[in-house]
Design a protein around this ligand. Structure first.
Ligand code: FNR
Length: 361
């Protein structure tokens, strides 16, 4: 399976993926909560921010490399965790992992991946001739502490380098597209392989996962005792929570509204970013996802205080369009667009991107 003609923008991958995917699965990937206001806001908020470039600065050719929580990456763009890649492509997370490793970017493996994290790590290491691919692992903390502990142990022994704890999911968002399509159960060949064998069961059944309002800061403290991996809180939008996170000793904060899939009508994550950046004051790195579709979006996020951004749907579109090659092309596009945007802004490295390069609406 490969795309017939070259695609020049992430938007085109989105169309190619729609043409290839089962419409029910396409709705699962593309959709958001309720009226999908936040899904749209994530993208439109980026479009409404202007870049104000500097000229004649004699900048060196851009170098995009960054270090995040001890992991080096060839650009400040990582893969956000997205569940169920097998619905997008038969090679599932293995294809995604090969492309991410070859591109030298950090992949966040979703707890609900359809290939086990050990197998994903092995595939990524093979691309790098045995070197550490620097994978991160995303966790939905479970009310069942033993299940949480077993997942953390699994991620650690697979060699994951950070634990991304998703905290915006006290309940499942209301996805009306899935309701209309009556899509509430995975096909038999799609299993959550990280759940298999945990808690004395052989089932990789997603129904063992609980999203529960009882998850609290106490669970984060427990996680701190369970692991030496750096802890990243994903899904923080309120500055007060960012302050609590820093005071609670988390290692990084992921400003995110889950791609508009949880609570509809939350602000775009890029709109919240400056407020959180001010509250955090550089004490921990800030990551951002939601609506990042262009290299210029990356510059805007970095100018407003992010250390890196992450891509959710664009990776799924690449995977659905053309497997590992599609993901590689999406990452390649982001890299060349970012390179171009930095050169046109008169800066040579992500660290040189400053607040004055953007003007807010
Ligand atoms: C997600 N996201 C997500 N987040 C998470 O913490 N755990 C998960 O299992 C998933 N699964 C998932 C599936 C699909 C299909 C999508 C689109 C998203 C949210 C994801 O990590 C990220 O926050 C958003 O996707 C970012 O927005 P964009 O890039 O999709 O606009």
């Amino acid at each position: 399976m490969s795309t017939e003609r070259p695609l020049f923008a992430i938007r085109e991958f989105e169309r190619a993926a729609r043409d290839r995917l089962d419409p029910v699965h396409h709705d699962y990937f593309a959709g958001g909560a309720q009226d999908e206001h936040t899904v749209r806001a994530n993208e439109s908020a980026f479009a409404a921010i202007n870049l104000v470039p500097r000229v004649l600065r004699g900048a060196e050719p851009p170098s995009l490399e960054v270090n995040l929580l001890g992991c080096s990456a060839t650009m400040p763009v990582l893969l956000a965790p997205t569940a169920f890649h097998r619905l997008a492509h038969p090679e599932a997370e293995l294809a995604t992992a090969r492309a991410a490793a070859a591109a030298g970017v950090i992949m966040t493996v979703a707890m609900l991946s359809t290939v086990a994290v050990e197998r994903i790590a092995e595939e990524a290491r093979a691309v790098l001739g045995g070197a550490d691919p620097g994978l991160w692992f995303q966790l939905y903390p479970q009310p069942d502490e033993e299940l949480t502990r077993a997942l953390v142990r699994r991620a650690e022994s697979a060699g994951c380098r950070a634990l991304v704890v998703t905290v915006d999911s006290a309940a499942l968002g209301r996805h009306e597209r899935n309701d209309r399509n009556d899509f509430h159960q995975l096909p038999d060949h799609v299993q959550c392989e990280n759940l298999r064998g945990l808690g004395g069961s052989d089932s990789g059944d997603v129904r063992r996962v609980t999203l529960s309002p009882e998850i609290s800061w106490r669970h984060i403290e427990k996680l701190r005792e369970m692991t030496r991996m750096p802890i990243v809180l994903k899904g923080v939008l309120h500055p007060a929570d960012a302050r609590l996170a820093v005071e609670g000793g988390v290692d990084a904060i992921f400003v995110s509204n889950h791609g508009g899939r949880q609570l509809d009508t939350t602000p775009a994550s890029i709109t919240q970013l400056p407020l959180l950046a001010e509250e955090v004051g550089g004490r921990v790195p800030l990551l951002l996802d939601g609506g990042v579709r262009r290299g210029t979006d990356v510059v805007k996020a970095l100018a407003l205080g992010a250390d890196a951004v992450a891509l959710g749907r664009p990776i799924v579109w690449g995977l659905a369009a053309d497997g590992a090659d599609g993901v590689a092309k999406v990452l390649g596009l982001m890299r060349s667009e970012l390179d171009n945007a930095l050169a046109l802004c008169g800066v040579a490295t992500p660290k040189e991107i400053t607040r004055d390069l953007v003007s807010l609406p």
